[in-house]
Design a protein around this ligand. Sequence first.
Ligand code: ADP
Ligand code: MG
Length: 565
Amino acid sequence: EAHKETLEFKAEVSQVLDLVIRSLYSNKEIFLRELISNASDAAEKLRFEALSDDGLYEGDGELRIRVTVDRDAGTLSVADNGIGLSRQEVMDTIGSIASSGTRRFLENMSGDQAKDSKLIGQFGVGFYSAFIVADKVTLTSRRAGLSAEHGVRWESDGRGSYSLENVEKAERGTVVTLHLKEDEKEFLDGWRLRTIIGKFSDHIALPVEMAKELYGEEAEQKKDEPPEFEQVNRGTALWMRNKSEISEDEYHDFYKHVSHDFEAPLTYAHNRVEGTNEYTTLLYVPKKAPWDLWDRDQKHGVKLYVRRVFIMDEADKLLPHYLRFVKGIVDSDDLPLNVSREILQHNRKIDTIRQANTKRILGLLETMAKDEAEKYGAFWDEFGKVLKEGPAEDFGNKERIAGLMRFATTHSDSDQQRESLDGYIERMKEGQEKIFYITADSAAAARFSPHLEVFRKKGVEVLLLSDRVDEWLVSHLTEFKGKQLQSIAKGDLDLGELADKDEKEAKEKAAEEHGSLLEHLKKTLGDRVADVRPSTRLVDSPACLVVGEDDMSANLARVLKAVGQ
Ligand code: ADP
Ligand code: MG
């Protein structure tokens, strides 16, 4: 006999359901991810139990998930042939606060609705997310190992009660059927579903199948036959495969898939980390900067997976901001599936992954800079300005980032940024203690600055900085390998050992001889200058403007003015 009973939800369940529907509506397609993720968990549980009891497979070891629609009935179903649920298990899991995430959510609930709807995103809602788009949900299940008459059907409109009855179910596993709300019929569209499955479940290591779409005559001929199924996700997570078995082409294809780029990447790194925090990363450096690289809300390109289940796009905690051009995936074995952005904010495992990712990318770039200078030059032209944000953001890696930088300098006539700080240090003159630079708003303005005269004369190299971010850079990168970075346009230029005796004497003599001229200039210029001094920094030009050591540089003042500060 069916033994049908109607049971009340525990009070909290209705409360949660209400909140779920309200707060997740803007992101409603996640219900499909949750259901597919449950189906995939059920398959994994079966695999695990079958390790000690092969009979649980009942002769069918090909685990898969099927998503079907019935357009006439307005239903969408997700079916699996995983472990299934007994009647008692349905009561325990679906009828009460099933997911551990939901349970934790309840413990944290404050009663303040606005606060609580924010909270819910942090914990995830699993099965109940079905009620975002459905006004009735039917779950039919039979546990592996039980006979067909031990099937069970659970049904609810999500409003306080559910019914439970015994049914015959020949096939092992679970079918969840959503009776879609009147205005959610978009989820009956096969292509819409394929897109969502591709986005969320492409790399679930289990095939997700849908009935082939038939058209015209063929549809007519086969309308009474059982549908033919085809796999709509990839079904294997590329990054879980052995490096040695993955071809360059496959790596490139996957890059195009995750990045929506049409070109192959510049380079990539694929790594598996074992130990107390286990995870896999596959990170790519693109060839070209995306159009929104300088957009304040630019999206990060790293996707987060937990055990092959897609969790979120644009996981900006997995890499620092100055590496925002990197694309790829991180797949953690240890984070909870219900992890949210808020949780990522303060998660130790995430911090460790972020640090390792940063070192990996810096290492990748160092190798490229060393072995493939031309390729690295192209990289620098695309992303150098972003990397220059690094020293301000990432104190710990300041020196490594600085080592990756390339500059235009007086060493060559080219305005291309190709000289490294290490190269500069090698070329330093005897007695030279500092790395000299000049900032200007264009490469030409830097190169022809009168400040350079004395350096030209002495053959001392000067970095020509003309990117907008350079002012920001030199305010955070004040030294490299023990050598101070010094602006040649600031303060009383101290050439140190480089100044010869003649110059010192000339300076003193000038002060004496031209004392009255200096006085006169100072008087005439009044408040517009702080001082008028004789200087050895000029060779051909009669005079130049200099800012005080601690003042804003003239160029920075120009930049700030341009942005309206
Ligand atoms: P979580 O997946 O985080 O546990 P859910 O709300 O998604 O939370 O699911 C609640 C529980 O319901 C699961 O833990 C599982 O026991 C059961 N369940 C849901 N869907 C299935 C399924 N397709 N097969 C077997 N059990 C399921
Ligand atoms: Mg779940």
